[in-house]
Design a protein around this ligand. Structure first.
Ligand code: ZN
Length: 331
């Protein structure tokens, strides 16, 4: 084995290919490969960049595989997960993706390549300056590194099974991080491939999605759902486990959002009628010493999206209200 690929489980054989996400805070995408009785399944791909492509293909070659003969599971629509999907589109292979997620993705790419398309109007209405929005979208790999071609998928519903040799995996629908994210569960071994639903040394981004109400509430519900599974081994899509169990990490993630909600309430106490952009400027972000004003626009875009998810949550709980000018007030 070389330094990009590592066997992480025996019987069934599971390998992890570390696909580098250069220039991105996530650092790597953990692409997993399950091999059993001559069949194989790859879980997630990395960005559509030459570096990701070369690494993933080298990893597959090390295992004696090629994308023409291996199936692919896409956990969710983010470009670091589906970027290379089109290169797995062969007659003998199957690309699996959640039904909700695939239809959301198809709508998103048909209308959303310009800055004011996908969710842009919402951000402008919530106070995001238009010049900053355009810069944020220009520099956002989420868009640049998506597949350049469409690809057919076998759509999965909650609890559908995928067979890899004699290994049976269950797809679990867990909306929140995206509208239709799915995790894979290998019941026999109590293994959960958590994708970006549960990450360990970073917190999954929860943001506002057109057509998806109250993403934070859905996410918390999905954290509760995944906790009902008996899990001994966790394979997340980024970074490492930091010595924690899934249950411990979920408790920390819920605590993080509770703190965030309190911060939003404090911001509105300080400035009643603030819009989402102004509220975001008052919250704690890791900006590496930079002020909110000087923060990279891409980071502001993520911050405002996350703020919106928290504002929507508080609004649904009846703790705040929004006026016609998109100013928020405590109730
Ligand atoms: Zn993601």
């Amino acid at each position: 084995m070389n330094n990009i690929i590592e066997q992480v489980y025996c019987n069934p054989d599971i390998y992890k290919i570390s696909v580098p996400l250069t220039g991105n805070a996530l650092k790597n995408l953990n692409s997993y490969v399950i091999l059993d009785h001559g069949e194989s399944l790859v879980i997630d791909t990395g960005f559509r960049t030459e570096e990701c492509y070369n690494t993933l293909m080298e990893g597959l070659r090390t295992l004696g595989l090629s994308p023409a003969h291996t199936s692919l599971f896409l956990s969710h629509l983010h470009s670091d997960h589906i970027g290379l999907a089109q290169y797995f589109n062969y007659p003998d292979t199957t690309i699996y993706m959640g039904k909700e997620e695939y239809s959301y993705y198809s709508n998103m790419i048909s209308g959303g390549r310009n800055p004011r398309g996908f969710n842009g109007e919402r951000f402008l209405a919530e106070g995001f300056p238009s010049a900053e929005l355009e810069e944020a979208h220009r520099s956002n790999p989420a868009r640049i590194y998506l597949p350049s071609e469409t690809f057919p998928v076998r759509e999965l519903s909650d609890q559908d099974k995928i067979k890899v040799g004699e290994v049976e995996l269950t797809a679990i629908l867990l909306p929140g991080h995206t509208p239709g994210l799915m995790c894979l569960y290998l019941e026999k071994e109590k293994i959960m491939f958590t994708a970006d639903h549960v990450l360990f040394d970073i917190t999954p981004n929860i943001t506002s999605w057109p057509g998806m109400e109250n993403p934070l509430a859905r996410y918390i519900k999905s954290l509760e759902k995944v906790m009902t599974y008996d899990v001994k081994t966790v394979f997340p899509a980024h970074r490492n486990l930091s010595g924690k169990t899934m249950e411990q990490r979920i408790a920390e993630i819920i605590a993080h959002h509770t703190t965030r909600l309190m911060e939003v309430i404090d911001a509105l106490k300080e400035k009643p009628g603030a819009n989402a952009y102004e509220v975001a400027g008052k919250l704690t972000w890791s900006l590496r010493g930079r002020s909110w004003e000087d923060a990279p626009k891409k980071q502001k875009w993520f911050a405002v999206g996350e703020t919106l998810a928290h504002l929507e949550y508080l609004e649904a709980q009846g703790r705040i209200r929004k006026d016609k000018e998109n100013g928020y007030y405590l109730l």
